[in-house]
Design a protein around this ligand. Structure first.
Ligand code: ZN
Length: 311
């Protein structure tokens, strides 16, 4: 049974042969870099940086991939190697796919009028890995993007092609799935420290005093990285909500309401609305913060509907 895991064979050697092969060749951007696309992007992102407007405008660097996209009609000229690689994986039982991450480098700014060309290569195929999703291979492609023939940036894109993990045997019928754990990192650790102390903390810009939530490294109003944290009063209203019916996630019991709560301080937070059935949540309901102990390790801020909020 060596080499077999989750019922699928290790085909790493066959996959390795695709490293360095062309994934897309001599691609041509459908449009020159242009002001309307830049403007739409900035509006969609809420990015008002003056560098992206006016006669000296450059394109936002993170638009790099946008200039190479094929749109609904697609691109011609994709090489067969990438399709072959995916077919090989499918044939061996690694039939599922998830995009895992992308990584970009910017070598020179793109400006309106630049003509975009690109090539992509299958840069690497990982050893076989077992993840929570299942067993499979990470496939990384690297696209080199050129502007008027000059290398302007690279775009690495990674997928995991995998055989879905079989649902494990239920350990003596119990161990209900736990709610997902928050991802705590250096940018949001202060928020979770606040939750542990039953305080809902909101960031305040050290320069322009704009409040922000969720936690971010910088101020989206003035760009400053200086900040402190202020404690929210805990009162708010339901700004919007959805009722989740499908898909069912482990540890959640649909249908349930997910609320977007507008705090009295003006910032909004996604949370559970408690104290009323899912179908009685309404926009504008007054709510008040409380902390819900979910399990031994996890507490979460939730919002309880206040008297007068129902009906
Ligand atoms: Zn600011």
């Amino acid at each position: 049974m060596k080499g077999i895991r989750d019922g699928v064979k290790d085909i790493h050697d066959g996959l390795k042969a695709y490293e360095g092969r062309v994934a897309a060749t001599a691609g041509v951007g459908k449009d020159l870099v242009n002001e309307p696309m830049i403007r739409h992007w900035c509006e969609a992102m809420g990015d008002t940086d003056p560098a992206y407007a006016g006669p000296e405008a450059i394109a936002p660097p993170t638009m790099l991939q946008a200039w190479t996209m094929g749109g609904l009609s697609g691109h011609t000229g994709r090489s067969e190697a990438y399709d072959e690689l995916l077919a090989l994986l499918d044939g061996a039982g690694y039939t599922s796919v998830v995009a895992t991450d992308c990584e970009q480098e910017y070598l020179r700014p793109l400006r309106p009028g630049d003509a975009i060309t690109f090539d992509a290569v299958i840069e690497s195929v990982s050893e076989r890995k077992t993840t929570k999703l299942g067993t499979g291979y990470f496939v990384t492609t690297r696209m080199d993007v050129r502007a008027d023939g000059e290398l302007a940036g690279t775009h690495r894109f990674r997928i995991l092609k995998y055989a879905p993990a079989a649902p494990g045997p239920k350990a003596s019928g119990e161990r209900a799935a736990k709610r997902p754990r928050p991802v705590v990192n250096r940018d949001n650790a202060g928020f979770w420290e606040g939750v542990a102390a039953h305080r809902l903390l909101v960031q305040r810009c050290g320069d322009c005093a704009t409040l922000r939530f969720p936690w971010l490294p910088g101020c989206s109003t003035c760009g400053s990285r200086e900040w402190d944290a202020v404690e929210a009063s805990g009162s708010g209203t339901v700004f919007s909500y959805v009722v989740m019916h499908h898909p069912p996630f482990p540890a959640f019991d649909p249908p349930y309401a997910v609320g977007l709560i507008e705090l009295a301080e003006g910032v909004r937070i996604v949370s559970n609305v408690v104290g009323v059935p899912y179908d009685k949540v309404r926009i504008g309901m007054p709510v008040r913060l409380e902390f819900l102990r979910v399990d031994d390790e996890l507490e979460l801020p939730v919002f309880r509907v206040q008297d007068g909020g129902e009906g």
